[in-house]
Design a protein around this ligand. Structure first.
Ligand code: 218
Length: 194
């Protein structure tokens, strides 16, 4: 298969896997949740880099519409929370080159650090947008007399950290079991290390 096409096809399969994982109910009310779909997206972004990562994550966000899994408060809120916020999960791939170099150099510790950093980058980039949407649109849900900013920070901060923690555990296990998954034979992120 054409190399480019292979990357895109992998991305759409990953997006579908992420959408299936999103059906595992780990929601605690409308504002707090653990998002397991972040796991395959993070693996893929670390394997293929952040650009394909953004693509796969955006497809994951868009898939929420046909399956009817969208929290709707306003058109602009939906645009921020689905195409934009989800796409930003692909930024887990910012450490892909570092990870590939570490695996090629046999530096296991450096590889794990790259996995952890990428995982947090993806979760932080995504939940930043949920935080913004939370301040703008979810203030009416604020509990315990919190201001909209504090409520959004607490809820999206907790959701982001829980999601990052679950993703980190899963992706480190996947790395331990199958490190070659993160270093495809047709990788074009960088020249092979001489
Ligand atoms: C304070 C607050 N509450 C709820 C939301 C909506 N939100 C948060 C995180 C993730 C998602 C995507 C679907 O799980 C949504 C819609 C918010 N942004 N802020």
């Amino acid at each position: 298969m054409n190399k480019n096409l292979r990357v895109w096809v992998e991305g759409t399969i990953i997006a579908a896997m992420a959408m299936v994982l999103s059906f595992i109910p780990l929601d605690f009310g409308p504002s707090l949740s653990i998002s397991l779909g972040q796991i395959p997206i993070t693996v893929y972004a670390l394997r293929r880099g952040w650009k394909p990562g953004l693509f796969a994550a955006a497809i994951w966000g868009l898939l929420h519409f046909p399956v009817g899994k969208v929290y709707y408060l306003a058109v602009s809120q939906v645009l921020i929370e689905y195409p934009i916020a989800f796409a930003f999960a692909g930024f887990a791939g910012v450490t892909a080159v570092k990870l590939h170099q570490a695996i090629q150099a046999g530096n296991d510790k450096q590889a794990r650090i790259a996995v952890i950093q990428g995982t947090f980058a993806g979760a932080a980039a995504r939940y930043f947008w949920h935080f913004i949407a939370g301040v703008m649109f979810w203030g009416a849900y604020a509990q315990w007399g919190m201001s909209p900013v504090l409520y959004s920070l607490v809820m999206n901060g907790a959701s982001g950290l829980l999601t990052a923690a679950a993703t980190m555990v899963a992706v480190l296990l996947i790395y331990q079991m199958a490190p070659q998954l993160f270093l495809p034979k047709d990788a074009r992120l960088q020249q092979p290390v001489k």
